[in-house]
Design a protein around this ligand. Structure first.
Ligand SMILES: [Zn+2]
Length: 250
């Protein structure tokens, strides 16, 4: 059940563009239909500091060279300037310089698309994400043009094998949720009983479905993917609200 917090407040999910796809070929049992998958980012305050979990798409996804053209062809993206996180926050009088830090779940373009719009924010990543940054392969789906030039200087890297208490007060625990992407992390807002689980599943509707050979190919580690989903199922049974990045926002 979603509760009100005192240390972490003003939690809000933003939809920053979406992609259009038919996951029938990737997920066993999924209906053969084209659907929209929103790219979400999470805003919250901790002790009046503004923080983000991921950044969604931004329009620069259309200007990132051949990689983005192929990505857009396989996974059509819809995003206009009004959908960009930085613009949506500005409408609430939150300038990008007020964002103290950004926790990145992983480096796929629908999660880091807006990163360049927050040039003063600290960037929190896992060791697994750092190793992806240092040794990118094509299948990692990391677009260099979406990454800031001073990423190395601004990154704070955590080993997330054990949960990380980011603020030292137990209000936000970073959790390791590998499988979909190397070093993928989620955030548990303990006071709110709310776990943001990034892309550990595309949609809770399919949490019990296994993946087709294509779907497995699209994961970094399918065994880890299944183990992560088992842990997330246990969290749901323990009455935690789990939110994946591409679910419809209610
Ligand atoms: Zn992803």
């Amino acid at each position: 059940m979603h509760k009100i917090g005192t240390k972490i407040t003003d939690v809000k999910i933003y939809v920053c563009g979406y992609c259009v796809n038919n996951l029938h070929r990737a997920i066993k049992g999924a209906r053969n239909e084209t659907r929209q998958f929103p790219a979400t980012a999470v805003f919250f305050r901790h002790d009046d500091d503004c923080w983000l979990f991921d950044t969604g798409y931004a329009t620069r996804i259309f200007k990132s060279g051949w990689q983005s053209r192929i990505y857009h062809w396989l996974n059509p993206v819809v995003c206009d300037a009004e959908n960009e996180l930085v613009r949506q926050l500005a409408k609430r009088n939150i300038p990008s310089c007020d964002v103290k830090g950004i926790i990145l779940s992983h480096l796929h373009p629908d999660h880091i698309g807006g990163l360049l719009d927050f040039p003063q924010s600290r960037i929190i990543i896992s060791e697994g994400v750092l190793s992806t940054l240092q040794k990118r392969t094509l299948s990692d789906l990391v677009f260099k043009s979406l990454l800031p030039n001073d990423m190395d200087r601004r990154c704070e890297v955590f080993s997330c094998v054990e949960d990380v208490d980011l603020f030292g007060d137990g209000s936000l625990m970073i959790k390791d949720i590998p499988g979909h992407a190397k070093g993928q992390i989620g955030i548990l807002l303990t006071e709110h009983n709310l776990f943001f689980a990034a892309d550990s599943c595309w949609n809770s509707e399919w949490i019990n479905n296994s993946l087709t050979p294509l779907g497995r190919f699209l994961q970094n580690d399918y065994t880890a993917y299944l183990e992560t989903l088992q842990k997330i199922q246990k969290m749901r049974e323990d009455d935690l609200t789990v939110v994946f990045s591409h679910e419809e926002v209610q």
